[in-house]
Design a protein around this ligand. Sequence first.
Ligand SMILES: Cc1cc2nc3c(=O)[nH]c(=O)nc-3n(C[C@H](O)[C@H](O)[C@H](O)COP(=O)(O)OP(=O)(O)OC[C@H]3O[C@@H](n4cnc5c(N)ncnc54)[C@H](O)[C@@H]3O)c2cc1C
Length: 338
Amino acid sequence: MQIESSRPLQLLNTFGIAVNASHYVAVHDAARLPSLLTSGASELQRILVLGGGSNVLFTEDFNGLVLHMVNKGIDVLSEDDDVMIVRVAAGEVWDDFVTWSTDRSLYGIENLVAIPGSVGAAPVQNIGAYGMELSDTLQEVEVVMLEDGSRHNFSNSMCQFGYRTSLFKNELKGQVVITSVTFRLRKRGTLNLSYKGVEEVLHQRHLHHPNPADVADAIRHIRDTKLPDPKRTGNAGSFFKNPVVSAEDHRQLMALHPGLPSYPQSDGTVKVAAGWLIEHAGLKGFRMGNASVHDRQALVLVNTGNATGTEVVTLANHIIKTVWITYGIRLEPEVNIL
Ligand SMILES: Cc1cc2nc3c(=O)[nH]c(=O)nc-3n(C[C@H](O)[C@H](O)[C@H](O)COP(=O)(O)OP(=O)(O)OC[C@H]3O[C@@H](n4cnc5c(N)ncnc54)[C@H](O)[C@@H]3O)c2cc1C
């Protein structure tokens, strides 16, 4: 593996922020990571593991080593009449793996179609969409520790998954490279069509007995109409997490804002729609410098052209302050700010 110096990162982050890494290496073979980490790389003080760059915001050049995971491979480890156990290399494109799965009529990740990024990053924030989360099908995560190159396996329960969070975003943040993820996909199952719009699209397409591929196509269609394409407009999807409030706070909020979309959680708390809060605070389409709130989806911040990461952070801070003043709710970024 060849470590390069001074590597531009603009094409390696979906916000399209023009920064450089002082050192960069593309990891095609995860088996060579331990020797890399115990040799020259350890002299570099900071290491950033990068996948598709769709959940990061660079505010400055990265002074350290970027480990870009591009290792490939999808291996069926075992199967029976009901399930297939599949190990996927971290550098596989997540959406390609969803297509691999739906092409084989497997159930479990079809609603997670069209989420940008790599398989290796998916457990970090426990990606979720349309009523499904990665943790529903993930069996095991294989990692290499950055500190000493040792290998470890984490079962699903060890990963401490929660809403857009995991062990890898908390205690082990910045300490591991996820090298592969193993999934437990089902050969039969129930489709989750609960999310707004999915059944309508299937109905319009006369798909009365849909399979996982039909559902994935429908969701891809809905997402294409709602979200800006990072290839044309720099963004990192939802910039903020949907806040979770207590039942009492929720009652008070609803008295003042009856239209607020709300999702009760199993522990009695209620998740509320951050996009609605931003839009109804009058910030949809709001622009500061070269960064703006997207005009169709207020949860997405976009680079309107040559934005710096600092401009996006300034806009994000303005949104956090305005939402706090308007509703007494503190928004938290979902995107990793570097
Ligand atoms: C248009 C758009 C729509 C999106 N929609 C959704 C959505 O519906 N649901 C959702 O959950 N997310 C969504 N996202 C966010 C993003 O796609 C996911 O978080 C995705 O998993 C990030 O993958 P990545 O490879 O691009 O990660 P990166 O941005 O490269 O990295 C993200 C974080 O993970 C770490 N990381 C990356 N790879 C590894 C690895 N192999 N080992 C250890 N750490 C690693 C990085 O250091 C960083 O902290 C969206 C983003 C965009 C641009």
